[in-house]
Design a protein around this ligand. Structure first.
Ligand code: NAD
Length: 476
């Protein structure tokens, strides 16, 4: 596939190409241009040229186009979901969820298009003010491979509705569905140049987006390490910045929890998308009164997961997305075993054998008796490995949960309101779920604290994040 700039399919000025692999089979499914800063400049020029006309449309007109795009994507969801599974690895039903989630995001923002884009302030004898929310101009977005479609929606829908144009770079290991969706958005009537997709490496195309002088705001989702680099680059150029970074969400299961429901919550929370979700359950804390029964029920469910190629309708967990991810997780588990950082309750190794040999498959894994300083508890494990910690009381669970440098999400499983109140008040997180984990519908603000980033996506507030107020003061 080509890049998409100003409504056209274009190769890179570098003339270089990169393979996109199917992580379940190792086969090359397509190639993408290895974009450079030159390509980014062309894309930014195109976004700048499109800005005036796009920003002069009414919000209602822009919303109508987003709504039409959502309808067209829904009509085409089977093809798009299949493409997403092939490049990303997730089971088809999860890919369908993700494509539908993208449509929900477009429709949610389209629904906000009749909101007033500003307000009036009366100052009596001094005069009156009109405070107008105006678009920023050209925005840059850089996104990861784990949920490329959903995250594309989180960034493009509010930015475009507010009247901005955008240059977006997908990850090189999951760029195809994003490219295909950008064409559908144009087919729905969004003018050429409003959304431009440049493929390429982070250090070249990615940094060129972050540093381009015409880019007003940078919205980034990815790892903390890249986030730090981007903070430096964008901060020193005084750009608006939204950073959605890593997480190591705790799930706290109290002794009054509905155990079967919490077992299913932990299973979905950790093994959905093979554990490659920023808000996955990455540390499980179970009250000692129910620990034995809870862990044995969870182990049965983990061992029953059907792992394989996501295109197979029976499959519940696919491969990891890429070689680097696979090698990192394999290395972490090797070190956990060698240094006796915990007891492997099930799994713990790459999956090999018939059907698995050419893909990046890893066993769904549970680890008990985890050492406090194990990277399973101190870092972000982006794969199907769940460390389980048994705790004696809520205060201990909260202090253990807060020992992480991250603060994205957290959940508590209980029937007691006082417990909910304490967890909500004291756990470091941008969102606290009760008897649930992971779900992030477009209506609610989403983002983290501590090393998990700054700023919020989703909800009506995100729309304001893609605007700048300008005030007209009328002194009568
Ligand atoms: P990554 O940081 O390696 O890459 C993300 C994107 O940044 C890719 O497009 C990459 O090409 C680009 N990039 C890399 N270096 C860059 C640079 N120097 N300048 C500009 N762009 C650069 O992350 P990943 O491995 O693709 O994704 C996994 C990470 O993303 C995990 O840490 C996960 O928790 C996080 N994540 C966070 C959220 C959230 O909303 N908080 C959502 C999904 C994923």
């Amino acid at each position: 596939m080509y890049m998409r700039i100003n409504g056209a399919e274009v190769p890179s000025a570098s003339a270089g190409w990169r393979d996109v692999l199917n992580p379940a089979t190792g086969e090359v499914i397509d190639t993408i241009p290895d974009g450079t800063s030159e390509d980014v400049s062309v894309a930014v020029d195109s976004a700048e040229s499109a800005f005036l006309k796009w920003s002069e449309k009414t919000m209602r007109e822009r919303g109508a186009l987003l709504f039409r795009a959502a309808t067209m994507v829904r009509d085409d969801h089977k093809r798009l979901a299949r493409l997403l599974t092939m490049e990303q690895g997730k089971p088809l039903r999860e890919a369908i969820d993700e494509v539908r989630g993208f449509c929900n995001i477009l429709e949610f923002y389209a629904g906000l298009s009749s909101q007033p884009a500003g307000d009036a302030v009366r100052l009596n004898s001094q005069g009156d003010c009109m405070v107008m929310n105006r678009p920023l101009g050209v925005c840059g977005a850089v996104i990861p491979w784990n949920m490329p479609v959903l995250i594309m929606g989180w960034k493009t829908a509010p930015a475009l509705l507010a009247g901005n144009t955008m240059v977006l770079k997908p990850s090189s290991t999951a760029p195809l569905t994003v490219l295909s969706l950008s064409k559908t958005l144009e087919d729905a009537g969004i003018p050429h140049g409003v959304l431009n997709i440049v493929t390429g490496r982070g250090g070249s195309a990615g940094e060129a987006i972050i540093t381009h002088p015409s880019i007003q705001k940078v919205s980034f989702t990815g790892s903390c390490a890249t986030g730090c680099r981007i903070r430096e680059l964008a901060g020193s150029r005084n750009k608006d910045l939204l950073l959605e970074l890593g997480g190591s969400d705790p799930m706290i299961v109290m002794n009054d929890a509905d155990v079967p429901k919490a077992v299913e919550g932990a299973l979905r929370g950790r093994f959905y998308n093979a554990g490659q979700v920023c808000t996955a359950v990455k540390r499980l804390f179970v009250h000692q009164d129910i620990a034995e029964s809870f862990i044995s029920q969870l182990k049965v469910r983990v061992e029953s997961l059907h792992v394989g190629n996501g295109l197979d309708p029976q499959v519940e967990m696919g491969p990891l997305n890429n070689r680097q991810q696979y090698d990192t997780l394999s290395g972490i588990m090797k070190s956990v075993k060698e240094n006796a950082e915990g007891t492997i309750l099930t799994g713990g190794s790459p999956l090999t054998g018939e059907g698995y040999d050419n893909g990046y498959f890893f066993e769904p894994t549970l680890v008990g008796d985890v050492a406090e300083d194990s990277s399973l508890l101190t870092g972000e494990i982006f794969g199907p490995v769940l460390p389980v910690v048994v705790f004696p009381d809520l205060d201990t669970a909260i202090s253990q949960a807060n020992r992480s440098p991250y603060g994205l999400g957290a959940s508590v499983w209980t029937s007691d309101l006082a417990t909910v109140k304490q967890v909500f008040q004291d756990v470091h997180a941008g969102i606290v779920w009760v008897n649930r984990h992971v779900t992030v519908p477009p209506e609610i603000p989403f983002g983290g604290t501590k090393e998990s980033g700054t700023g919020r996506e989703n909800g009506y507030r995100a729309l304001e994040g893609y605007t700048r107020t300008k005030t007209l003061f009328l002194g009568w």
